[in-house]
Design a protein around this ligand. Structure first.
Ligand code: B1M
Length: 210
């Protein structure tokens, strides 16, 4: 079995204690950090599919998520490259009612590695919290919001609408993303940018802040 397959299987099985060592071995063998990350993202798709088919349940999804987080910890220094903070401040969070944070964390990590200072508000973030944070950090350049469930798309809409009402709105850019989000939805709710993955989010953040 290939190392990448072994890593994916270990995430799927939720073996958090083993994953760090395997990721390190893969790096030592010269495998690319992005390929290793993609194998873990692919593993989460398998987990999601099995959940959808009632083959596994929430606890199994949770342990797979824990394993992936451990793997990402080992990868992080190999993915991050930029000088932290120089490009400006980005406030990021997963919207109200949504507890998924792996994708948001990857976006935060890539944006940080593109040179931004990232203020991560975590998960289940109410619209007002994004607003309060921008008020407290008036030099914020970008607010980045994730929504990973179709049922939290309305919370994303509400968050962007709330941001759009603020007097500071013209001074910031609003980026959105997450598996159920599309460019059309981003346009409809009045966000400035949508990107499909963490790497393109970091690229877009650089363009928006330039
Ligand atoms: Co949840 N879950 N989950 N889950 N979960 C999904 C999302 C689901 C697709 C599984 C499925 O049914 N196939 C499904 C949603 C279906 C839908 O919306 N129609 C689902 C469900 C139903 C649920 C619950 C409702 C289950 C239940 O309780 N019955 C529940 C909801 C809880 C809540 O949030 N209120 C729930 C709970 C959980 C856990 C807590 C157990 C766990 C999350 C743990 C954690 O995050 N700490 C979990 C997990 C692990 C998943 C799956 C398996 C994996 C998610 C993940 O981390 N993917 C997921 C299935 C799947 O995604 N295939 C599933 C990897 C990650 C790298 O991808 O998050 O898409 P992603 O992020 C990507 C892009 O979307 C993008 O970049 C990232 C990296 O490239 N991106 C952005 C993300 N944010 C961005 C922001 C940007 C730009 C790009 O700009 C700002």
């Amino acid at each position: 079995m290939s190392k990448l397959q072994e890593i994916a299987d270990t995430v799927i099985a939720g073996k958090a204690k083993l994953i760090g060592g395997l990721v390190q071995e893969a790096l030592d063998e010269g495998l690319g950090a992005t390929d290793i990350l993609n194998s873990m993202i692919g593993a989460m798709d398998v987990v999601g599919e099995r959940f959808k088919n009632n083959e596994i349940f929430v606890p199994e999804m949770l342990v797979a998520a824990r394993a992936m987080k451990k793997g990402v910890e080992v990868l992080k220094p190999h993915l991050a490259t930029g000088t932290a903070g120089a490009a400006g401040k980005v406030v990021i969070g997963t919207v109200a009612g949504d507890l998924h944070d792996i994708g948001k964390n990857l976006v935060a990590m890539m944006i940080e590695s593109a040179g931004f200072e990232v203020i991560d508000l975590g998960v289940d973030v109410p619209a007002e919290k994004f607003v309060e944070t921008v008020r407290a950090k008036p030099d914020t350049k970008i607010v980045a919001c994730s929504a990973l469930l179709t049922t939290t798309m309305p919370a994303l809409r509400e968050t962007v609408a709330t941001l759009n009402e603020q007097d500071f709105r013209s001074g910031i850019k609003v980026m959105v993303g997450g598996a159920p989000i599309t460019q059309a939805f981003a346009d409809e709710i009045g966000a400035d940018a949508y990107t499909a993955d963490a790497a393109s989010a970091a690229q877009k953040a650089k363009e928006l802040a330039a």
